[in-house]
Design a protein. Sequence first.
Lengths: 233, 251
Amino acid sequence: MGVIFDDELKRLRSHFMEMGIDASEQIYQATRAFVDHDEQLARQVLNSDLKINDEEINLEKQALKLMALQQPVADDFRKIISILKASTDIERLGDYSTHIARSAISLSGRDHDAAIENQIEEMMMIIRKMLERVMDAYVYTNEQEAYEVANEDLKVDLIYVRQQKAIISALTAGGKDVKAYENYLSVLRNLERAGDHIVNLAEWVIYSGSGKLVELNPGKADPDLVKRKLAEQ
Amino acid sequence: MTTDPALQIQNLTISYGEKEVVHDVSMKFPANQITALIGASGSGKSTVLRSLNRMNDDLATVDGQILFEGLNINQPDVNVYQVRQRIGMVFQQPTPFPLSIYENVIYGLRLAGEKDKRVLDQRVEESLKQAALWDEVKDQLKESAFALSGGQQQRLCIARTLAVRPEIILMDEPTSALDPLSTSQIEATMVDLKKDFTMIIVTHNMQQASRSADWTAYLDQGRLVEFDRTAQIFMNPQQQQTADYLSGKFG
């Protein structure tokens, strides 16, 4: 392909990176607002989700135009398709941040459970690292890095299942603020789903690099994996 | 249309003898943009293009107005040589003359009577740079133009057209005789040239129109079916006929 295509692709990529960075910041801020009980920060996160939505629409327009007018083939084709598909996953990350921010607002003034909040924070740190690494893998089409990022999702799943069980036992024992724990469950679920979308991003890195469509989610590839890992511990 | 037209045709009707081949076509060609004329063989696109700098004069009857800088140049008293100096043409096949690269570039200037060596040297360098050929040929300017590859010869022909500093460049299938790499180089050159020139190209290659043109006109059997921004034509044409042509469906 010619210079025109290369320039356009470069622009598309940099917008895509920008979107990834914004999503990473959103998840971080939303989770921070949740564990720090910072309602004001949570409201800021809600306001900035619109930016990621706009970024996705602009990126899609740009990618569709590039597909229709430049009609790329082979690896150029895969690069565009993978960005187009991945942008949907990033947009979803923005949505989860919004949900987490809403939970932060809903939690304010209720009971807190420091142990669970610590785990939620740890989960968020793993996810943020995964997202940064997968964006890096995009830039360099680093398939090895993408495989490694996908495997990290197991850690996220383990925290999710463990905390979910802890919450259910606490609620069964009684005497707890049910509404507060409902928020914990929801945030855990949102972060777990965010991990799955980052695995999707890793799959698109593989497609971009080698044209292979793969399933990298450790839990999907081996449904009993999380259960076995929990039993080991 | 966001920019002023560099050239405008009004009610252009062209006939070869009794046979009318272009019917009442009106269009504005925006300045510093690339407009592509697409359509099947016999759609009249090349006939329209050639009429824009009066190259159909001896072959056909051209009725209607061709407005260039406020003047209708489709009039017998307009000097066609001056018109062609301002509205240049690059043909389908590279047409280098049996001269050196240097002499090829300044051919038009010599015809116009330019003798100053400094002016000629400077114009050769400028034109070859604009045509993205300078780096490849700067050490062999005195050698025959026939020693160049097909793609280089076509860029030389572009440089020859640029050397007389036209406002508008017409290109008739400029890459149909070239391989994909040379084609992509010419397309990149065209996009670069936009800042200084207005370009109108005829192409059979729809990807070429979609990749490089800002505006695209679809002609069918001598009629203008649709004319719009290239993105609009290729992503969401307003006429079903245009959509059918672009996707290769007919009838």
